[in-house]
Write a protein that binds this ligand. Structure first.
Ligand code: MV4
Length: 506
């Protein structure tokens, strides 16, 4: 079995810190990497050693394959943990690790590639006998083909990018009149976002639940599931609050969905921790959506109800160990909720509110876990995801985890940036949430004012990120001018490159 005595963590923020902690628990050395704005970041201070990537945006730092591989080689790390986002689902990077004899902590490049193509993933799901949403079997290259498929499926339909996922580039079409225009924009968006213009058509399900199953698979052909996470509370396809178990999933449904998730894991040759996403309709019928080939942001709720450390399990699988967990031994106790604490101005439409954390105190007490990437005095950079921390509470039942979440959110003190905390407190007090009557339309239906002020398109989101970077730039220049020194790396060419960098990754 390969020895892993040092892991390079190719990520930042709370997930990098989470992986450092697992390394320490496992007696493995941890090496961080950092961009210029992250030089003094918490994940850098938390790791045993740290290596600079130089430069500012993700595209210039955390996403540069060669920089990450060089850092791993020069520090003697045998493995790279990609966390989530960045390079986590990049099969080219996973392959580059293999070429350099470095263990990529995740599935093989072949499996990442297979499941990253949503049409291939659907084919794999069909072979494994999973229930699927009615859809076109192939991409719909021309309008005649699209018309025929849409008629067969019946409106409303959803156009999805084959190379997409996570809701990016989806388009709802309610009638045949709107099909051609939607098809053209969807294909061109898919082309610019993923470099792959293939799109396909699915039946559109109204107000479904988004429920996912956590899986673990080893290199010896064993796979287990760890139950579900309910992730229906989202905005712009970004989850805000997740929980486990779901209020609508009983033991029988969990076993069915779990068996389906294990079946696609085995069919695809999956290795590592992964997530199988399902839509669940009002009659509690479930349909395969896609497989996320990474550790997910919301993994802690599963850890809290199963008592299993998913990152430690990833390490064992990466070392080639057999799964020590048997399906019958995976028990679920109590209920856990996660609130993602973002540095965002919610009333303005969930726009980033980055800046200096002038005061910061995390909650604690019974049933409270905080996975954080920052400490008091830190600055939240404008260049990356504005997630400050994840607040997870556990209770004997859903009532108790909700009341502990209310307590913890109230105790959370953040000054200097706006956060999602006040919004999450409103959700915890929302009658429909308390009753567990969730759907993917929860936020727009329960908070219509917010929905109205929200950036609706990817372009609008990109524009607000650029505006934030511009404001940050001007702020730095002003501060520098006041101190009588030139702003650090602050000429307009750098700035425009940086704005371009934001464009590519958002
Ligand atoms: C759907 C759907 C309804 N019908 N597919 C979004 C994330 C990606 N993994 C799949 N997603 C969805 N796929 C069909 N056939 C609903 C979603 C969906 C969603 C849609 C609109 C608004 C919010 C949503 C939140 C989660 C999932």
């Amino acid at each position: 079995m390969p020895e892993i005595s040092k892991i390079l963590i190719a990520n930042r923020g709370e997930i990098a810190v989470r992986i450092v902690r697992a390394c320490r628990d496992a007696g493995i050395n941890s090496a961080a990497v950092y961009s210029d704005p992250d030089r003094t970041a918490f994940h850098v201070r938390a790791a045993d050693e740290a290596y600079p990537l130089h430069d500012v945006t993700s595209a210039e730092s955390y996403l540069v394959h060669e920089k990450i591989i060089d850092a791993a080689k020069s520090c003697g790390a045998q493995a790279i943990h990609p966390g989530y986002g960045f390079l986590a689902e990049n099969h080219v990077f996973a392959d580059l690790c293999r070429e350099n004899d470095i263990i990529f902590i995740g599935p093989t490049p072949e499996v990442i590639n297979l499941l990253g193509d949503k049409l291939e993933a659907r084919r794999t799901a069909i072979k494994a006998g999973l229930p699927l949403t009615p859809a076109s079997e192939h991409d719909v290259a021309d309008i005649d083909r699209a018309r025929a498929e849409a008629e067969k499926i019946g409106y409303p339909i959803l156009i999805k990018a084959a190379a997409g996922g996570g809701g990016k580039g989806m388009r709802i079409v309610h009638s045949a009149d709107d099909l051609e225009a939607a098809l053209i924009t969807a294909a061109s968006e898919a082309s610019s976002a993923f470099g792959d213009r293939r799109v396909y058509i699915e039946k559109y399900f109204d107000r479904p639940r988004h429920i996912e199953i956590q899986i673990l698979a080893d290199t010896h052909g064993n796979a287990v599931h760890m139950g579900e996470r309910e992730c229906s509370i989202q905005r712009r396809h970004q989850k805000v609050i997740e929980e486990s178990p779901s209020a609508v999933v009983d033991d029988k449904l969990r076993a069915h969905m779990g068996e389906a998730a294990v079946a696609i894991a085995l069919e695809s040759g999956y290795v590592g921790a992964g997530t199988v996403e399902f839509l669940v309709d009002q009659e509690l019928k479930f349909y395969f959506l896609e497989v996320n080939t990474r550790l997910q942001v919301e993994h802690p709720v599963t850890e809290m109800v199963t008592g299993i450390d998913l990152v430690i399990e990833q390490f064992k699988i990466a070392r080639g160990e057999k799964l020590s967990l048997k399906q019958k031994d995976i028990a679920h106790r109590g209920h856990a909720i996660e609130c993602r604490i973002y540095a965002e101005d919610v009333p303005a439409g969930f726009v980033p509110s980055t800046g200096h954390l002038s005061a910061y105190r995390e909650p604690a007490g019974p049933g409270v876990r905080v996975d954080s990437g920052f400490v008091a005095g830190d600055t939240i950079p404008v260049y990356y995801d504005p997630l400050i921390a994840k607040l997870i509470t556990w209770g004997d039942d859903r009532r108790q985890s909700i009341s502990r979440m209310r307590r913890a959110l109230t105790e959370y003190a953040v000054q200097g940036v706006d956060t999602t905390i006040p919004f999450e407190l409103k959700v915890m007090a929302n009658e429909r949430f308390v009753e567990g009557k969730l759907s993917t339309h929860f936020i727009p239906e329960e908070f219509p004012d917010l929905a109205a002020s929200m950036a609706q398109t990817d372009d609008e989101v990109e524009l607000s990120a650029m505006a934030a970077a511009l404001i940050d730039f001007q702020q730095r220049e002003k501060t520098a001018a006041a101190a009588g020194r030139p702003a650090r790396q602050a000429d307009s060419w750098k700035l425009s490159g940086r704005l371009e960098g934001l464009r590519k990754v958002w």
